[in-house]
Design a protein around this ligand. Structure first.
Ligand code: AMP
Ligand code: MG
Length: 313
């Protein structure tokens, strides 16, 4: 779809945030920057607005949405029966790239949770997102601002390219600092379960909070846990080191296949921040194969490897 670019507003101007707040109050969708990826925001108290998200994203109704709040103390407005684990995680990591799944209260509508009695909540660590939430005086739901199953957007231009005029306003806050979706921990089970790996790792939680988080068991519950997700148009092949990647590039080039290598050495933060933009760029330039050198699985490296694996299926 063609987009006009006229809906991209510079978020450093106060009037832009005011326009976004006003659109949200009118039950419109607004794309906003966060420290993880750009979110497609709807006012959480409006079923009409929440329903628009599913329509615009092409997202199945049984994929619940993450509620975003301005500050930790807003948690009690939407959740109840919080466990010690939930409180400890919130104290340590909010605001930040960690989503917790907890018992919902009656304010949370069924559309947000897909009818579950639990709700996923996060408090983003981003000046614009926080200011918008404070001015709105409501929570928002905000899945990644892309069509379902595709690569998440990490710039305002990515959002415009994907959603075009289906989103009323895109607040441009520049490139996302982290670049990968939040870690999701289900705090309603004992022990708590990891539903999606992100910048905050289970090893870190173990060390810093003395909480053991186990891998999710049972039916897949997070969209990031589907087998194929985060998928660009190009093929992705994974290699353990640069040398293997170079060899593969020569092979492909002899076959007349265009390819490029994705490799950030040990700079995991740069890898995470650049990954989605590089995949989008490869698609734009009609590259057939992206040859990714896998980062070490330490820190955010696990999340990068997880996304690469799913994109490569
Ligand atoms: P996204 O909005 O695309 O970043 O994805 C949000 C993820 O949170 C989805 O994969 C959901 O499945 C997961 N999620 C949201 N609410 C719940 C919930 N109540 N229980 C389990 N997972 C949830
Ligand atoms: Mg998403």
């Amino acid at each position: 779809m063609r987009h006009s670019d006229t809906n991209i507003l510079n978020s450093s101007e106060s009037s832009s945030i005011e326009a976004a707040v006003s659109a949200l109050r009118d039950d419109e969708l607004v794309a906003i920057p966060t420290e993880t990826v750009y979110g497609l925001a709807a006012r959480a108290s409006s079923r009409t607005a929440v329903n628009k998200i599913f329509k615009v994203k092409g997202r199945p109704a049984n994929h619940p949405l993450i509620l975003h709040i301005a500050k930790t103390s807003d948690l009690e407005k939407w959740a109840q029966d919080l466990s010690t684990v939930a409180r400890t995680l919130v104290d340590h990591y909010w605001p930040g790239p960690l989503t917790i799944v907890v018992q919902r209260n009656e304010k949370v509508c069924d559309e947000i949770t897909g009818g579950r009695n639990t709700v996923a909540i996060r408090c983003p660590d981003h000046k614009i997102a926080t200011e918008l939430l404070n001015r709105l005086d409501d929570a928002i739901v905000a899945p990644s601002a892309n069509r379902f199953g595709k690569v998440s957007p990490t710039t305002a231009e990515h959002v415009a390219a994907d959603l075009g005029d289906d989103v009323k306003i895109i607040l441009d806050g520049g490139e996302c600092a982290i670049g990968l979706e939040s870690t999701i921990i289900d705090c309603t089970t004992t022990p708590p379960q990891l539903l999606r790996v992100g910048a905050i790792t289970v090893e870190q939680i173990k060390t810093e909070c003395l909480i053991t988080v186990v891998s999710a068991s049972g039916e897949s519950r997070a969209s990031g846990m589907l087998d194929k997700h985060y998928a660009p148009e190009c093929e992705i092949e994974l290699f353990n080191n640069r040398m293997q990647a170079e060899t593969r590039r020569s092979e492909l080039s002899q076959l007349g296949t265009t390819s490029e290598i994705l490799d950030f050495g040990d700079d995991l933060a740069l890898y995470a921040r650049s990954l989605y933009a590089r995949l989008r760029d490869a698609d734009k330039r009609n590259i057939d194969v992206v040859i990714a050198v896998k980062p070490p699985s330490t820190g955010i490296g696990s999340a990068i490897n997880e996304r690469l694996k799913k994109a490569a299926r």
